[in-house]
Design a protein around this ligand. Sequence first.
Ligand code: AMP
Length: 214
Amino acid sequence: MNIILLGPPGAGKGTQAHLLVSERGMIQLSTGDMLREAKDSGTEMGKVVADVMARGALVTDEIVIGLIREKLQGDKAGGFIFDGFPRTLAQADALEELLEECGETLDKVVAMEVNDEALVARITARSTCGDCGEVYNDITKPIPADGKCSKCGGTEFKRRADDNEESLKTRLMEYYKKTSMLIGYYHAKKKLAWVNGLGEIAEVHDEIAAVLDA
Ligand code: AMP
């Protein structure tokens, strides 16, 4: 089963994708993670995207489609979770073609409903484990008192460079201008299902599981 998790920055896509990976053996394809890796390892492409990402703008369709194309050629395991991709109609069309080329289909698009105040609160309190990427939140899911990641025991935690109010304004605007129309697009294709992204992590997960198992 191949699915898209669709929602604005801070909706909880990454957190929910991690749960699906560990429970269902699915493969998370996060273009944001791939771009951050390229940036951290200093590749040519990483240098090109660093400034765009820091501002909160979208990198070009060509770059992200190229990243996804590469990953679709690898192991398919329990199916793909597209997290943070597609973000434009051109990317959505490209995804359909790429899946067709490798004999796969898109099964469900899970749209995560949240409100802007919750997004700002979540994002400005967010940190991730430097080793495994587990997501923490100062208020709702603090780093354990012993300073060790509950998933992998790592002791280094990072805050994302673009998790600040200024970049977040741009990221939200990019979402509403360029990504939110994908909701209509996938509704028309009868693939869309809504979940309430404001609940506890486990509640949201249960809602997503119900959608996938329906
Ligand atoms: P994310 O981790 O999904 O919030 O993505 C972080 C940043 O990476 C975004 O603000 C964009 O600059 C860039 N990015 C990630 N995915 C895409 C995409 N599908 N299309 C364009 N830019 C992207």
